[in-house]
Design a protein around this ligand. Structure first.
Ligand SMILES: NC(=O)c1ccc[n+]([C@@H]2O[C@H](COP(=O)([O-])OP(=O)(O)OC[C@H]3O[C@@H](n4cnc5c(N)ncnc54)[C@H](O)[C@@H]3O)[C@@H](O)[C@H]2O)c1
Length: 292
């Protein structure tokens, strides 16, 4: 199985499926970021890219060094600030030599999560900030891009979401509301941008993956193991996320839009696997042994 997955990776790396395409990637902070994996795979597949993150993230993270080594330009932008977005979209088109063919929106943050404020005790200023950064920012980027005609006809926009948008997940907090809103922006803006310019807008609902944002949550490690056990194909890693994004940026998926696409090894549609059932059975048997 592992060899099969490695062969798939090699095939995508060498496919040049994005040859001649110009991409803008939001949200790479360091090497673990999903956005960094997506950016790397897009370039391997032939694309030219511009990276962006907030000025603070560029100071704190390792992106400037990584981008310098790779030779990829970085333009600072707070994705909640319209003036920043306008400047970024102009700069990116200049650096890339034309309108943008694809955009990755990989942006999220919750101060309630970071400061361990539980859902029934949230700080409402933080809550609004969570929604602004993690959901409204996509609306702001698309509204500004539409005004400036910055994305080429038939272009593709992908954002990253999580299953807690539609099911209760203990501890995911106000990020669950932000993801639900984000997926709604995908549908609404997908219809509007698609009708106007044939631009596709989709969300990839990714498995829990170990990154800076992915480890803000206290119970992450224990949850990751449970999810992996409950996914028939096992959890999707950052490479699998990158491959799916590449296919969504390519012309092969030209009729796919307004969707939330699950990249989760089947987790979202599984109640119980045989593997997990045996673990439960063993745990119960062991407990019985102890009590006898
Ligand atoms: N890691 C996971 O388990 C997982 C699972 C599903 C979905 N996602 C989503 O994937 C995306 C990327 O997360 P990640 O796990 O790679 O973590 P990450 O921390 O590497 O990425 C989050 C990025 O958002 C950026 N950001 C925060 N505020 C911003 C702002 N105002 N303007 C511009 N950028 C801003 C951060 O600087 C950071 O680069 C997020 O939307 C996250 O919710 C992650």
């Amino acid at each position: 199985m592992r060899r099969f997955f490695n062969d798939c990776k090699m095939a995508v790396q060498n496919c040049n499926i994005l040859q001649g395409k110009r991409g803008l990637v939001f949200g790479a902070l360091d090497e673990r970021s999903l956005a960094w994996h997506v950016a790397t795979r897009c370039v391997e597949c032939g694309a030219d890219i511009v990276l962006t993150n907030t000025p603070q993230a560029l100071q704190l993270g390792t992106l400037p060094q990584l981008a310098k080594e790779a030779g990829w330009p970085v333009v600072p932008c707070d994705a909640t600030d319209i003036d920043d977005i306008r400047h970024l979209l102009g700069e990116a088109q200049t650096l890339l030599g034309g309108p943008i063919d694809f955009v990755l929106h990989s942006v999220a943050q919750s101060l309630n999560l970071r400061r361990h404020r539980t859902y029934e005790k949230v700080n409402y200023d933080y809550f609004l900030k969570t929604l602004d950064i993690s959901a409204l920012s996509l609306h702001k980027i698309l509204q500004t891009a539409l005004e400036m005609n910055a994305i080429s006809d038939g272009g593709s926009v992908v954002t990253l979401t999580y299953l807690a948008s539609e099911r209760y997940l203990y501890g995911y907090n106000d990020m669950a509301d932000a993801k639900a809103m984000l997926e709604s922006v995908v549908r609404q803006m997908g219809a509007i941008y698609g009708t106007a310019h044939g631009v596709r807008v989709n969300a990839v609902s990714q498995s829990a993956t170990s990154t800076k944002a992915g480890t803000q949550w206290d119970e992450q490690a224990c949850f990751a193991r449970y999810v992996d056990d409950l996914s028939p194909l096992g959890s999707a890693d950052a490479d699998a996320c990158a491959d799916l994004c590449v296919s969504l940026f390519s012309d092969l998926t030209r009729k796919v839009t307004m969707q939330t696409i699950y990249n989760d090894g089947g987790f979202s549609h599984t109640m119980l696997t045989g593997r997990l059932m045996s673990e439960f059975r063993n745990a119960i048997d062991n407990k019985n042994d102890i009590t006898q």
